[in-house]
Design a protein around this ligand. Structure first.
Ligand SMILES: NC(=O)c1ccc[n+]([C@@H]2O[C@H](COP(=O)([O-])OP(=O)(O)OC[C@H]3O[C@@H](n4cnc5c(N)ncnc54)[C@H](O)[C@@H]3O)[C@@H](O)[C@H]2O)c1
Ligand SMILES: [Zn+2]
Length: 358
């Protein structure tokens, strides 16, 4: 097991990464100072696979456990599901010292986190992420939220968990497509911050997709450490945290322009990273060899690298304009200066598309 810490003063917390951690969840919660009642928020898919293990582990450590089942899927990351969680917490008489445990992917994590941030004006919560994306991204950093019919993540709160428990063995049941989509975020961390991580991915991407436990533990812990350092520097995304959006400007636009149906988020980020690197080369901040490495790794991972021909530049511009990160008509675009270094350029959506040659 590898352990690291997110250092945010009194909001600091540990992250434990390894195989077989679900079985130790009760002990680890107790070590983090938690006790009493615990609600496990999950969905039927994850519950069938892992709820018994976590339930038993918590019961054996003396917790009084109540499961909360939400319907599976991004379309249920909404106020209705949030209300379901509140109803269950109230029915189970959870108190200020009780805790909420999110067992699932980013959808469950964002919902359970927001419920915990607001129920009784805030109760402690624990992230137990079960997708690669949730393990390397959404479970760390304290962003919680739900979607509104007018847009994604429009309602939410910053609220750090008390503890993050990452069992990489659960990735064994994750559909391969979801695993590969999560890998896009790991590639992103290599490009923005860590040339050694990027090289390791180049050497071993097939073994990682083949679920080598040592490699998975290493890349997940390294990714969490990188995200932790960024969040420590800028917890509420006033400025520098935006570096995590590398590949996401074009990625989000492609997701929106294809109606969120064609691509998983990480797949769109694969396209977005290749396009961000290409734009960086065109603007003479990045060398062509780095673009070649980014493109080759994205393709070897099995991620798409090209904007589909059916998506028009006009729809991409429209999608970028409604992205909530636009300020005064310009987008804070993350460029890469080779592998491991970035810089921000303020660009209009038109400038971005022109830079892509579209
Ligand atoms: N809070 C943040 O900082 C942050 C960052 C990135 C993304 N997000 C959010 O995360 C969400 C996406 O998360 P996601 O990609 O994990 O999607 P998800 O939560 O929808 O999970 C994907 C699918 O995998 C299933 N699943 C989960 N774990 C499994 C396992 N171990 N075995 C088999 N199936 C499993 C889920 O039931 C679901 O069907 C989005 O809503 C996004 O906005 C939040
Ligand atoms: Zn992302």
């Amino acid at each position: 097991m590898q352990s690291l810490r997110v250092n945010l003063g009194e909001r600091s917390y540990p992250i434990h990464v390894g195989a077989g951690i679900l079985e130790q969840a009760g002990e680890l919660l107790r070590q983090a100072g938690l006790h009493g009642k615990a609600a496990i928020v999950t969905n039927p898919v994850v519950a069938q696979l892992y709820l018994d293990t976590v339930h038993d582990a918590l019961s054996q450590a003396g917790f009084e456990v109540s499961p909360v089942l939400l319907p599976d899927g991004e379309e249920h990351k909404n106020l209705k599901s949030l209300a379901t969680i509140y109803d269950c917490l109230i029915a189970g008489r959870l108190e200020r010292t009780s805790c909420v445990l999110a067992l699932g992917g980013g959808v469950v994590g964002d919902l359970a986190g927001l419920a915990a941030a607001t129920y009784l004006r805030g109760v402690p919560y624990v992230q137990v992420p079960t997708t690669l994306l949730a393990q390397v991204d959404s479970s760390v950093g304290g962003k919680t939220g739900v979607n509104h019919e007018k847009g994604k993540n429009l309602i939410g709160a910053f609220c750090q968990p008390k503890l993050v428990l990452i069992d990489i063995a659960v990735l064994g049941s994750l559909p391969r497509r979801e695993l590969i989509a999560g890998l896009a975020e790991v590639i992103k961390y290599g490009i923005i911050k860590d040339p050694a991580l990027f090289s390791l991915l180049e050497q071993s991407v097939e073994k990682i997709i083949g679920l080598n436990h040592d490699l998975l533990t290493h890349i997940v812990a390294t990714s969490c450490a990188i995200k932790a350092r960024v969040v420590e520097a800028d917890e509420r995304e006033d400025d520098y945290r935006a570096v995590l959006n590398f590949g996401h400007t074009v990625g989000h636009a492609v997701e929106a322009a294809t109606g969120y149906r064609q691509f998983l988020h990480g797949e769109a980020v694969g396209i977005g990273m290749v396009k961000a690197a290409a734009l960086s080369v065109r603007q003479s901040v990045c060398d062509a060899a780095s673009l070649k490495r980014v493109t080759a790794l994205v393709e070897r991972a099995g991620l798409p690298a090209e904007i589909p021909p059916g998506v028009s530049p006009k729809t991409l511009i429209q999608a970028m304009e409604i992205d909530k990160k636009v300020a005064g008509g310009k987008i804070k675009f993350v460029m890469c200066e080779g592998i491991g270094k970035t810089r921000f350029h303020w660009l209009t959506p038109e400038e971005i598309l022109r830079g892509l040659g579209a």
